[in-house]
Design a protein around this ligand. Structure first.
Ligand code: Z15
Length: 827
């Protein structure tokens, strides 16, 4: 019996492989216009994508038909960022045809790995927030939830990074210069949106006052659909990204009046809206173009949702709140709230209260940070210029909020009104997008337990007093399909054998592994896989940087955007301490370590760029110093991005999660690294706290001040000089940065870091946590010397982090916020 079914499966796989092969060759001929004898890897890759798309599009049509027929309630995820990375292997894995494709290509004389490398990353995001959106839409499809992702079809993704003499150089990322095989243009769903102009007050025949917005400019939004394939299921959802173009009708007018040059200029200006992704992470851009980007995609998306709704329900708005829920990924799309009000009140002529009731049924808001520099505020004057009708609507939302909520609760308390007003008073009036988001949403969530607590206690305490049930937590998660199965195939195969092959959709199954954590056979297999992954990465490091590293060394990895609060410079101080100890004691005994960094700095963030420069200069010195005898290697990997993360994460022994407690909302890299068997060196911040709870205190190296201790220290008056003067090793290291030791002939080139930590007041308490950090690293060193002990801890990490699948995050959102039902897709 068993034999026959295995044989049948093998036959099915054979036919699937044969069909794929035929389809690839067919597309090589008819889509790519080339043939097997002269096709480049690029052409083979594109032909394979086209073959895969035959199945993707089948799933897409089935899913869209089923959703339409069943008139399902759907989630609409609004995000300025989606960090998709590459789609090729993800689509193959999720369709369940990766092995067939690998076989088919092998029979054609091709290595699937070579083709995977042909794809440009789709880097339409900065960091955690954008990658979270990508994991979420994949989980939504996997769990069969009706959902659409909405965003911007940026012509240029996040800049490409290189180093010149250690300094970051940015170059544009024209990721789709030669076309993107995964996207479909939908001219039939084009939208037109308005900006600028003025508002006229008119009275209709009944004497009713009405507001009429006379726009200054019309812009066309062209939708591009990216199919999102669910794992092992039949659902294929859509990521719909809007590209801006000059409106035909507007251009035509100008053209007719003889203004050819003007028309061309208008074209350029309209197309600028979707030209570039703003490269700042956790800082407010505050630029006119950015506001227009936000409004452009929100307006296009809302009109798209309404068009689809009207197809079923005509002008009957009574079901809208039941059919539509919109998740705002941070405040970036918050202008959707006044835009929906405008559409309902001005266009659908609905009474304000009815329109507001709908808004409050539809919007939910996720907060991703407490950092004041990331909380969006728009100068009121700018808002008025770009969106003259929306600012009036915001005034009215605010007027009613202050009167009906704040005044009712705290009568006569003007300080409360000032604090809670959506409009910030002061030298320059500002629109507070966080306040607007809370007032306009029915749910507000933070992204890890501690962060959600701080959102309530520190950011919006009065809002909690007004609406205690509005606030909730959904701890972030990551998709185990990309972040284990696809990126770490060796470990995935071992897990299939040990716990069964359903762990990708049921990650708690990995728990079974914990029973064997002490089993020498499993330990050997697990660590042999880590070793092979490290050897692969060592080759990649050599290729990218010319630096040679020993795969037997401990691989210590810090990968994330560069930011002071993430404290890459604390990591650097540890490296300098070890280096100095080696110079002082040539026999200094330490486990050989490779310190690996990956990080982009926002182009305008001076100190972040200085930190990159310092790490590169220190790396250069240490890597060439014979006295070090390879005990330390330092590698700053250029152009960190999703596809590079996929190579680094499976090879990590140690995961650096060292933000100042209270500053990292959650972190998601921490989850990916632990899942792949890395041991966390981390503070009690964000999701580290929940990771520590899951893996247990013995399998993580926690250090540093807690959130409460950080608060107390700030309040008591933190003085970083105390730490400088009381710790001779720390003092020596910081003084070292001022010499020309790492920049021969150019003293002071690395001094900016020291300055920020002393004169600058050390806002992120680097010096306060230094000693404790070094102690944690010493502990890691000791653990690593005992191979069995280390293997056990690594296995326990993989076994224990099932909670952090994005499937669990999505189920939490469904239960606490979205109230969706899964929809099985008919083939
Ligand atoms: C961003 O990537 C995050 C927060 C932000 O406010 C912005 Cl603008 C960008 C990150 C958080 O820093 C990180 O802790 C969190 O895990 C991630 O969002 C996803 O929630």
């Amino acid at each position: 019996m068993k034999k026959t079914s295995t044989a049948k499966a093998a036959n099915a796989a054979n036919t699937a492989t044969e069909q794929l092969k035929e389809s690839i060759i067919k597309h090589l001929h008819s889509t790519l216009g080339t043939d097997v004898n002269k096709a480049s890897h690029q052409a083979w890759w594109r032909a394979t994508c086209a073959a895969v798309n035959e199945q993707v599009f089948d799933g897409l049509r089935n899913t869209q038909r089923t959703h339409y027929e069943q008139d399902t309630r759907a989630l609409h995820y609004f995000s300025l960022e989606y960090l998709m990375g590459r789609m090729f292997s993800n689509n193959l894995h999720n369709l369940g045809i990766y092995q067939n494709a690998k076989q088919a290509l092998a029979e054609l004389g091709l290595d699937i790995a070579d083709l995977e490398q042909q794809e440009e990353d789709m880097a339409l995001g900065n960091g955690g927030l954008g990658r979270l959106a990508a994991c979420f839409i994949e989980s939504l499809a996997t769990l069969n939830y009706p959902a659409v992702g909405y965003g911007i079809h940026y012509e240029n993704g996040l800049f490409q990074q290189s180093f010149q003499d250690g300094r970051q150089i940015e170059r544009p990322d024209s990721w789709r210069e030669y076309g993107n095989p995964w996207e479909i243009c939908r001219p039939e769903s084009v939208q037109e949106i308005a900006v600028y102009g003025y508002v006229e007050t008119v009275f209709d025949l009944q004497g009713q006052m009405k507001k009429v917005w006379h726009p200054g400019r019309i812009i066309k939004g062209v939708p591009w659909d990216i199919p999102i394939v669910g794992y092992d299921g039949s659902a294929v959802n859509v990521l719909r990204l809007w590209e801006s173009r000059a409106s035909d009708f507007f251009n035509w007018d100008v053209f007719n009046s003889g203004g050819y040059i003007d028309a061309a200029r208008e074209n350029v200006e309209a197309e600028n809206i979707s030209k570039v992704l703003y490269p700042n992470d956790e800082t407010d851009a505050g630029k006119e173009l950015r506001l227009i980007q936000q409004y452009f995609f929100c307006s296009c998306s809302l009109k798209d949702i309404i068009r689809r709704y009207k197809r079923r329900h005509g002008d009957d708005w009574s079901h809208f709140g039941k059919q539509v829920v919109i998740q705002l990924n941070d405040t970036h799309p918050a202008v959707a709230i006044p835009e929906l009000m405008r559409i309902l009140v001005d266009r659908a002529e609905m009474a304000w209260d009815d329109a507001w009731a709908i808004c409050q049924q539809v919007f939910a808001y996720t907060n991703h940070t407490l950092l004041p520099e990331a909380l969006e505020k728009w100068p009121l004057r700018l808002f008025e210029k770009v969106l003259p009708r929306h600012i009036e609507i915001i005034y009215e939302i605010n007027r009613r909020f202050l009167l009906e909520q704040v005044e009712m609760r705290w009568p006569g308390d003007d300080a409360k009104k000032r604090k809670l007003s959506i409009i910030e008073e002061g030298h320059e009036q500002m629109v507070r997008m966080g306040h607007l988001s809370v007032v306009g949403s029915f749910k507000v969530n933070g992204v890890a337990e501690i962060h959600s607590k701080l959102v309530k206690s520190d950011l919006f305490p009065e809002m909690v007093a007004l609406w205690p049930d509005k606030f909730t937590n959904v701890t972030n998660g990551v998709t185990p399909r990309r972040w284990l199965k696809a990126c770490n195939p060796r470990l995935a195969t071992l897990l299939d054998a040990k716990v069964g092959d359903d762990w990708p959709t049921d990650l708690k199954k990995l728990h079974k592994l914990a029973d064997f954590a002490k089993d020498p056979a499993l330990q050997d297999n697990f660590m042999a896989i880590k070793q092979q992954n490290k050897a692969d990465l060592a080759r990649e490091i050599k290729k990218l940087t010319r630096i040679e590293v020993d795969p037997a060394a401990l691989f210590d990895v810090q990968i994330k955007r560069l930011h002071e609060y993430k404290r890459q410079h604390l990591n650097l101080l540890h490296i300098l301490a070890l280096y100095r100890r080696i110079l002082q004691n040539p026999d200094y005994d330490m486990v050989p370590r490779v310190f690996l960094f990956g990080a982009k700095a926002a182009p305008g963030y001076k100190l972040a760029k200085e930190i990159i420069y310092a790490i590169n200069k220190v790396a250069d010195k240490i890597n060439h110093d014979k006295r070090v005898k390879n005990r330390i290697k330092v590698v700053f990997m250029p152009n960190y991005r999703v596809s590079l993360a996929e190579k680094m994460i499976p090879a990590a022994d140690v995961s650096e999660q060292i933000s100042t407690a209270g500053k990292e909302a959650s972190g998601t890299g921490n989850m990916k690294l632990a899942l792949n068997g890395a041991i966390t060196v981390g503070t009690l911040d964000g999701a580290n706290i929940e990771i520590a709870e899951e893996v247990g205190a013995d399998s993580i190296a926690i250090f540093g001040l807690t959130v409460d201790e950080v608060k107390a220290l700030y309040e008591s008056g933190y003085n970083s000089y105390d730490y400088y003067h009381n710790n001779p090793e720390l003092k020596a290291i910081l003084d070292w940065l001022e010499t020309d030791y790492f920049t021969p002939g150019k003293p002071g080139e690395l001094a900016a870091i020291k300055r920020s930590l002393l004169q600058g007041g050390d806002p992120y308490l680097v010096l306060a946590d230094f000693e404790s950090y070094l102690a944690a690293q010493q502990k890691v060193d000791t653990w690593y010397r005992d191979k069995a002990l280390w293997a056990e801890k690594a296995i326990l990490n993989t076994a224990s982090v099932g909670k952090f699948t994005s499937d669990r995050s999505i189920e939490d959102y469904v239960e606490r916020v979205w109230q969706l039902k899964p929809c099985q897709i008919k083939k």
